[in-house]
Every structure is written in structure tokens, then in C-alpha cells.
Ligand binder design. Structure first.
Ligand SMILES: O=C(O)CCC(=O)C(=O)O
Ligand SMILES: [Fe+2]
Length: 168
């Protein structure tokens, strides 16, 4: 990803090196009699730089959005699903887009997933990489990581997208 932005190959691995913040979430989705009315997880983007998902081997449910259409993420045994989150969108000043995704429920079967959210040190500012900015490409977002995480929890509950509230 750093190479795609013409940055040093190690740029992100160095930035996330010693003090990065990683959150692990286990998701359990019980069977639901009304999948047309109830999401397992409503549409959202992740508050991470990248998320690594280990999805259920038997029950699908994860979907992502592209051009206003929802697509199923296929189950590929033992494969990890990696998606971009808001922090990478901010660092790249919008070059990479965080992925809108959701989980739908199943009438018959329960489903499990494990998500690892990789992000920056809590005390760091989340702001675009300076080398990516110039007069034509001004910074589009800025916030301290711990303020972002606090904000995200609150905003998720309101149904809005956190990244939309950070735009300069
Ligand atoms: O259950 C899944 O497959 C995805 C979970 C997810 O999107 C999340 O925990 O943010
Ligand atoms: Fe997610």
C-alpha cells in the first residue's frame, strides 16, 4: 500500500511498529427469524487502518458495498478477509477508501467471526501523510486517535459514519 502511494515501502510498517493499537472482536450472530428486518451488524466502516477478519467457515453473512450494490463475501476455507478502515483512508488523504460492509442474519444457523482491528498508537494524531499533500491536495481530515475511538463508539450508535464528521 505504501508503494502505491509512492512512499517508502516500510512507511506504514514503521508507523505501526512498536506502539500500535490492536483490538480484537469476537462476533456471535444467533439465528434470527426476521433477517429482512434485522441486521447482524448494520452498515459501517471500521475505525481501524486495516481489519483482518476470520469469518465463519460454514455460514455466510458478511457483505460489502460497491457502487450502491451489496455483494456477498464468499467463504474461502482458512482464508482471511482483509479490509481497509477509516484510519487508512485518513492517512492516505482519501486515496484508499474504507470499505462499507454489513452482516446479514440467517433464519436457521448461528454464525461466528473474529475481527482484528489494527490501528495507530492512541496518542498519535490521525492525519494524512505529509508527503501526500500539496496546494492541490490539502489535508482532508485530522483527529487524535483516542478521540477518534471515543467518537466512533458514540457515532456508531447514532447511525452516522464517523469519518464524515472529521472532514476539514
Ligand atoms: O462478522 C463479520 O464477518 C464482520 C464483522 C465486522 O464487520 C466487525 O466486527 O466490524
Ligand atoms: Fe466491520
Amino acid at each position: 500500500m505504501a508503494k502505491l502511494l509512492n512512499l517508502d515501502e516500510e512507511y506504514f510498517t514503521n508507523k505501526f511498529a512498536d506502539t500500535s493499537y490492536t483490538l480484537v472482536g469476537f462476533n456471535y450472530y444467533p439465528p434470527c427469524p426476521k433477517p429482512d428486518h434485522v441486521f447482524g451488524l448494520r452498515p459501517h466502516t471500521d475505525g481501524s487502518a486495516i481489519t483482518v477478519n476470520f469469518i465463519d467457515a460454514d455460514v455466510s453473512g458478511l457483505q460489502f458495498e460497491k457502487n450502491s450494490t451489496w455483494y456477498n463475501v464468499p467463504i474461502v476455507p482458512t482464508a482471511l478477509v482483509v479490509n481497509i478502515g477509516d484510519v487508512m483512508e485518513i492517512l492516505s488523504n482519501g486515496f484508499f477508501k474504507s470499505l462499507m460492509h454489513r452482516v446479514v442474519t440467517n433464519t436457521e444457523k448461528e454464525r461466528l467471526s473474529l475481527a482484528m482491528f489494527y490501528s495507530l498508537d492512541m496518542e498519535m494524531d490521525i492525519e494524512p501523510v505529509p508527503d501526500l499533500l500539496d496546494d492541490k491536495r490539502p489535508p482532508r481530515y485530522k483527529i487524535k486517535n483516542k478521540d477518534y475511538i471515543a467518537k466512533q463508539t458514540y457515532i456508531f450508535a447514532t447511525g452516522k459514519q464517523t469519518i464524515d464528521t472529521l472532514k476539514i
